[in-house]
Design a protein around this ligand. Structure first.
Ligand SMILES: [Zn+2]
Length: 437
């Protein structure tokens, strides 16, 4: 956009800098140009202003693991354990949806993320019609790494593919959505049990060649880990290491059940982690040892997973649970304090995706992915500390503006495109429940 914009409020540059009260930032051509006192900025730049002196201006949240395409199954598989949940609802559901439904499901998912202040996501589409999910990401305005789900064994008809076909289609999409685009491709094999060694290894090689992310699940649930031990004779992370798929540009979702030796492997190889507390809670998977990851300086971000696994895409909920679960299990109230958790939801999440030079904090030269919270509801009063408010108190309702590349995709709580048709199609799908047939 050629027109510039001024964003006014209390500027939270990152988790550790002082809050810039009476400040503003200037956006030009989608980039943060300058931060300063509002009165000076206003004299220097003749641009429209959004926000007011009470607004809280934060970097957009970075979601390190999601399945926007699962939105149509939200509420269809509640109160089930991981493998039952997958086999009874999610996999048959993913096999059932046609191209138009993939688009609808994904667009609603991305819109929900944006409404809640998530400006970047790291997403897994499904096996079929992955390009419709990529198209939905582009149309929604979100920044993303989006991958076609890869599976060549142990899964249902309709989702299983030959190794060659899976890699060929992934490569075609990777060529069409290369590194550097707002929505770029990622290689996303589902997890060890549904992917042959060859599929995993070829996906890693192709992602390396193109500088794209390699994103998969790991050690989410105890029975899954037992199955992996039966099939490989190894602990999960060791099995991945033996395949040669860990390292730079590999991000593992979950890592709930990892031993100290496995954490060491993650650290040594430069692999990163996505922590999904609400999903691990709702699916009864467990609580990941996040303080150990942080202590080892392993890059770890927060994530919303799929809405059937969590209820929805809500980074405010993930921040609360990331903090509260650890306090509850360690009996240490100091662990995962508000600033540390905010750091995981923003700059550390960007680091886990290898994007920390572009996004994750408010800094001149970075992309203008900005969220404004307007503390106008009772939950905001009084406010001793902005970080306490953002992490422990605020909800998605408090988000009033969301900018990606400086463009308002949520503008005074209004989404930039009409979603009513998509809502109608989602209700039709839910009435038909085609995966049960
Ligand atoms: Zn997942």
């Amino acid at each position: 956009m050629s027109q510039g914009l001024i964003v006014r409020g209390r500027i939270i540059r990152d988790a550790f800098s002082p809050v810039g009260k009476e400040h503003a930032l200037v956006i030009e051509q989608g980039t943060i140009k300058k931060i300063g006192l509002f009165e000076q900025i206003k004299k220097e730049f003749d641009y429209p202003v959004i926000g007011n002196k009470n607004s809280i201006v934060i970097p957009g949240f970075v979601n390190t693991h999601s399945h926007a395409v699962q939105t149509l199954f939200r509420g269809a598989g509640d109160d089930l354990e991981l493998l039952d949940w997958l086999n009874q609802v999610i996999l048959p559901g993913e096999a059932s949806i046609n191209a138009g439904q993939v688009y609808t499901s994904s667009l609603i998912g991305y819109a929900e993320m944006l409404f809640g202040g998530i400006t970047t996501t790291n997403d897994m589409a499904t096996v079929r019609h992955a390009e419709q999910t990529i198209k939905a990401a582009i149309d929604s305005g979100i920044r993303g790494n989006v991958g076609k789900m890869l599976m060549d064994r142990n899964t249902i008809e309709g989702l299983i593919e030959s190794t060659d076909k899976a890699i060929k289609e992934a490569n075609q999409l990777a060529d069409r959505y290369p590194k550097g685009k707002r929505v770029q491709f990622a290689y996303t094999p589902r997890f060890l049990l549904t992917c042959s060694n060859e599929l995993m290894q070829r996906a890693k090689e192709e992602s390396n060649k193109r500088g794209l992310l390699f994103h998969t699940h790991a050690a989410e649930n105890i029975s899954e880990c037992e199955e992996v031990r039966k099939s490989t004779g190894n602990e999960y992370i060791k099995a991945y290491q033996d395949l040669g798929i860990l390292g730079d540009k590999t991000i593992l979702a979950h890592c709930v059940w990892v031993s100290d030796a496995e954490i060491e492997i993650i650290k040594e190889t430069g692999t990163t982690i996505s922590h999904n507390p609400s999903s691990n809670g709702k699916l009864a998977s467990g609580i990941a040892p996040v303080p150990k990851f942080v202590q080892k300086q392993i890059p770890v971000g927060l994530a919303t997973d799929g809405s059937p696994a969590t209820g929805g895409h809500d980074m405010f909920l993930e921040m609360k649970l990331a903090s509260y679960y650890q306090k509850a299990v360690t009996h240490d109230p100091k662990v995962m304090d508000a600033r540390s958790v905010f750091h995981l939801a923003t700059l550390e999440g960007a680091r886990a995706l290898g994007m920390e030079d572009e996004i994750g904090s408010i800094q001149p030269g970075k992309k203008a992915d900005i969220v404004i919270l307007d503390p106008v509801y009772p939950n905001a009063y009084p406010m001793y500390n902005e970080f306490s408010y953002i992490v422990y108190t605020a909800t998605k309702r408090d988000v009033s503006y969301v900018l990606v590349d400086g463009k308002p995709v949520v503008d005074n709580r209004q989404f930039h495109i009409d979603l009513s048709k998509q809502f109608r199609l989602a209700e039709e799908y839910a009435r038909e429940k085609p995966w049960i047939k």
